[in-house]
Design a binder for this molecule. Structure first.
Ligand SMILES: [Zn+2]
Length: 175
Protein backbone atom coordinates (compact mmCIF):
# COMPACT_ATOMS: atom_id res chain seq x y z
CA UNK A 1 0.00 0.00 0.00
CA UNK A 2 1.42 3.42 -0.93
CA UNK A 3 2.53 5.71 1.83
CA UNK A 4 3.41 9.36 2.05
CA UNK A 5 6.83 10.88 2.61
CA UNK A 6 7.46 14.35 3.91
CA UNK A 7 10.24 16.82 3.18
CA UNK A 8 10.18 19.44 5.91
CA UNK A 9 10.65 23.07 4.96
CA UNK A 10 10.92 24.22 8.56
CA UNK A 11 12.95 23.52 11.70
CA UNK A 12 10.06 24.46 13.98
CA UNK A 13 9.20 21.24 15.86
CA UNK A 14 5.58 22.33 16.31
CA UNK A 15 5.06 22.78 12.59
CA UNK A 16 6.84 19.52 11.88
CA UNK A 17 4.44 17.79 14.22
CA UNK A 18 1.49 19.42 12.47
CA UNK A 19 2.74 18.16 9.09
CA UNK A 20 3.24 14.65 10.45
CA UNK A 21 -0.22 14.48 11.99
CA UNK A 22 -1.76 15.74 8.77
CA UNK A 23 -0.03 13.27 6.47
CA UNK A 24 0.24 10.15 8.64
CA UNK A 25 -1.41 7.12 7.02
CA UNK A 26 -1.96 3.62 8.34
CA UNK A 27 -1.09 0.33 6.65
CA UNK A 28 -4.19 0.60 4.47
CA UNK A 29 -3.32 4.08 3.21
CA UNK A 30 -6.01 5.71 5.36
CA UNK A 31 -5.29 8.94 7.22
CA UNK A 32 -4.74 8.25 10.91
CA UNK A 33 -5.90 11.59 12.32
CA UNK A 34 -8.94 13.69 11.56
CA UNK A 35 -7.93 17.29 10.84
CA UNK A 36 -10.57 18.61 13.26
CA UNK A 37 -9.03 16.54 16.05
CA UNK A 38 -5.65 18.27 16.03
CA UNK A 39 -6.30 21.68 14.45
CA UNK A 40 -7.18 23.33 17.74
CA UNK A 41 -3.98 22.13 19.38
CA UNK A 42 -2.08 24.32 16.90
CA UNK A 43 -4.43 27.27 17.23
CA UNK A 44 -5.86 26.69 13.75
CA UNK A 45 -9.29 26.28 12.26
CA UNK A 46 -9.73 22.96 10.44
CA UNK A 47 -9.94 24.67 7.06
CA UNK A 48 -6.65 26.51 7.67
CA UNK A 49 -4.64 23.36 8.33
CA UNK A 50 -3.91 22.24 4.75
CA UNK A 51 -2.56 25.67 3.82
CA UNK A 52 -0.33 25.76 6.89
CA UNK A 53 0.95 22.25 6.18
CA UNK A 54 1.72 23.20 2.57
CA UNK A 55 3.86 26.07 3.78
CA UNK A 56 5.97 23.93 6.07
CA UNK A 57 6.54 20.71 4.18
CA UNK A 58 6.35 19.06 0.81
CA UNK A 59 4.58 15.72 0.72
CA UNK A 60 4.67 13.11 -1.99
CA UNK A 61 3.69 9.53 -2.53
CA UNK A 62 6.70 7.36 -1.85
CA UNK A 63 5.68 4.74 -4.44
CA UNK A 64 5.33 7.10 -7.37
CA UNK A 65 8.55 7.94 -9.16
CA UNK A 66 8.94 9.66 -12.50
CA UNK A 67 9.20 7.05 -15.24
CA UNK A 68 11.77 9.16 -17.02
CA UNK A 69 14.17 10.47 -14.33
CA UNK A 70 13.18 8.70 -11.11
CA UNK A 71 12.40 11.89 -9.17
CA UNK A 72 9.41 12.12 -6.88
CA UNK A 73 6.29 12.87 -8.84
CA UNK A 74 3.73 15.59 -8.12
CA UNK A 75 3.88 17.03 -4.65
CA UNK A 76 0.61 16.68 -2.84
CA UNK A 77 -1.35 19.85 -2.14
CA UNK A 78 -3.87 18.36 0.24
CA UNK A 79 -5.41 15.06 1.27
CA UNK A 80 -7.78 14.76 -1.67
CA UNK A 81 -4.76 14.77 -4.00
CA UNK A 82 -3.73 11.45 -2.52
CA UNK A 83 -6.89 9.54 -3.31
CA UNK A 84 -6.96 11.07 -6.78
CA UNK A 85 -3.52 9.69 -7.43
CA UNK A 86 -4.43 6.27 -6.14
CA UNK A 87 -7.18 6.08 -8.65
CA UNK A 88 -5.32 7.27 -11.70
CA UNK A 89 -1.74 6.20 -12.16
CA UNK A 90 -1.40 8.10 -15.44
CA UNK A 91 -1.73 11.44 -13.74
CA UNK A 92 1.49 10.73 -11.90
CA UNK A 93 3.68 9.19 -14.60
CA UNK A 94 6.22 12.00 -14.95
CA UNK A 95 7.60 14.78 -12.80
CA UNK A 96 6.80 18.33 -13.92
CA UNK A 97 10.22 18.83 -15.51
CA UNK A 98 10.00 15.68 -17.63
CA UNK A 99 6.34 16.35 -18.43
CA UNK A 100 7.34 19.76 -19.84
CA UNK A 101 10.21 18.26 -21.82
CA UNK A 102 7.99 15.54 -23.28
CA UNK A 103 5.38 18.12 -24.24
CA UNK A 104 7.83 20.38 -26.06
CA UNK A 105 9.30 17.35 -27.86
CA UNK A 106 5.79 16.44 -28.96
CA UNK A 107 5.15 20.00 -30.17
CA UNK A 108 8.42 20.03 -32.10
CA UNK A 109 7.55 16.68 -33.69
CA UNK A 110 4.15 18.02 -34.78
CA UNK A 111 5.72 21.20 -36.13
CA UNK A 112 8.17 19.17 -38.22
CA UNK A 113 5.35 16.98 -39.49
CA UNK A 114 3.37 20.06 -40.54
CA UNK A 115 6.41 21.38 -42.34
CA UNK A 116 6.83 18.12 -44.27
CA UNK A 117 3.13 18.08 -45.17
CA UNK A 118 3.27 21.67 -46.40
CA UNK A 119 6.37 20.89 -48.43
CA UNK A 120 4.59 17.91 -50.01
CA UNK A 121 1.60 20.07 -50.87
CA UNK A 122 3.83 22.66 -52.47
CA UNK A 123 5.58 20.01 -54.52
CA UNK A 124 2.25 18.57 -55.68
CA UNK A 125 1.06 22.01 -56.73
CA UNK A 126 4.29 22.59 -58.55
CA UNK A 127 3.91 19.27 -60.38
CA UNK A 128 0.30 20.04 -61.30
CA UNK A 129 1.29 23.47 -62.53
CA UNK A 130 4.08 22.08 -64.64
CA UNK A 131 1.63 19.47 -65.99
CA UNK A 132 -0.56 22.35 -67.23
CA UNK A 133 -3.58 21.58 -64.97
CA UNK A 134 -3.93 25.19 -63.77
CA UNK A 135 -3.36 26.91 -67.06
CA UNK A 136 -7.09 27.53 -67.52
CA UNK A 137 -7.42 29.35 -64.15
CA UNK A 138 -7.27 33.11 -63.79
CA UNK A 139 -4.42 34.65 -61.84
CA UNK A 140 -6.77 35.39 -58.91
CA UNK A 141 -8.03 31.82 -58.77
CA UNK A 142 -4.51 30.50 -58.96
CA UNK A 143 -3.25 32.78 -56.15
CA UNK A 144 -6.19 31.78 -54.00
CA UNK A 145 -5.40 28.09 -54.47
CA UNK A 146 -1.74 28.62 -53.66
CA UNK A 147 -2.64 30.56 -50.50
CA UNK A 148 -5.02 27.83 -49.38
CA UNK A 149 -2.65 24.98 -50.07
CA UNK A 150 0.33 26.61 -48.40
CA UNK A 151 -1.52 28.04 -45.39
CA UNK A 152 0.28 26.90 -42.20
CA UNK A 153 -3.09 26.05 -40.71
CA UNK A 154 -5.56 24.75 -43.24
CA UNK A 155 -7.99 24.00 -40.37
CA UNK A 156 -8.36 27.73 -39.86
CA UNK A 157 -8.99 28.20 -43.55
CA UNK A 158 -11.60 25.47 -43.46
CA UNK A 159 -13.35 27.01 -40.42
CA UNK A 160 -13.47 30.40 -42.08
CA UNK A 161 -15.02 28.83 -45.16
CA UNK A 162 -17.68 26.99 -43.18
CA UNK A 163 -18.51 30.09 -41.07
CA UNK A 164 -19.12 32.25 -44.13
CA UNK A 165 -22.32 30.66 -45.47
CA UNK A 166 -23.83 30.67 -41.94
CA UNK A 167 -23.34 34.42 -41.68
CA UNK A 168 -24.97 35.13 -45.01
CA UNK A 169 -27.89 32.91 -43.98
CA UNK A 170 -28.45 34.99 -40.79
CA UNK A 171 -28.28 38.21 -42.73
CA UNK A 172 -30.82 37.10 -45.27
CA UNK A 173 -33.26 35.88 -42.58
CA UNK A 174 -33.19 39.34 -40.94
CA UNK A 175 -34.09 41.26 -44.06
ZN1 LIG B 1 11.26 13.27 -14.28
Amino acid sequence: MPFIEIEFQTDDPRMRELCQLYWEVDGYGKFVHRVADFAEKFGLKAREVAKEVRQHCRAFRADLLCESCGAHVKYLDNRSDVSLGWRSRDWYRYCDTCEDAIQSQEEERRRQQDEILNQQKLEKMQEAFEGGVYESLSLLEFNFLVALATSPNTDVARKKNSAYPRKTLNQSSKS
